[in-house]
Design a protein around this ligand. Sequence first.
Ligand SMILES: Cc1cc2nc3c(=O)[nH]c(=O)nc-3n(C[C@H](O)[C@H](O)[C@H](O)COP(=O)(O)O)c2cc1C
Length: 129
Amino acid sequence: MTAIAFYSITGQTRRFIEKTELAAYEITDANPYYEMGEPYVLVIPTYDDEMLEPVIDFLGYNSNHQQLVGVAGGGNRNFNDLYIHNAKDIAKGLDVPVVFDFEFNGTPTDVKNFKKVVAQLGLKAVKHQ
Ligand SMILES: Cc1cc2nc3c(=O)[nH]c(=O)nc-3n(C[C@H](O)[C@H](O)[C@H](O)COP(=O)(O)O)c2cc1C
């Protein structure tokens, strides 16, 4: 099983996660210090770096950066080269792959494909243990 942690500022990423009907932990500004304690995928929207500070705090907490298996980015392709830049930066910094990307709250196809990716990561995590 691979768990999910997500962050959302205007609700698009939250809506995407809700549509997947997968259990997920929402990182909040009020308390980003929650330990996942198991392998998980991080799903985040894209903004200027400082807007993602709660996510950085979350990643820095206890084992969260070690348990991260991949990052999914939500964004807007109109940003061109800056499309999902936070997801790319975090993935690079922690040496994990960008496992998925989607715009806004995702299309039905995005929802289906993300669920596949999560299931595949779950299998991989089991194999490597
Ligand atoms: C001020 C602002 C800056 C943004 N910058 C980017 C960006 O650099 N790259 C990108 O792909 N999307 C960018 N977006 C789009 C958001 O990441 C996208 O709408 C996302 O779905 C928002 O997720 P949320 O509602 O969960 O916060 C930006 C949106 C806003 C409002």
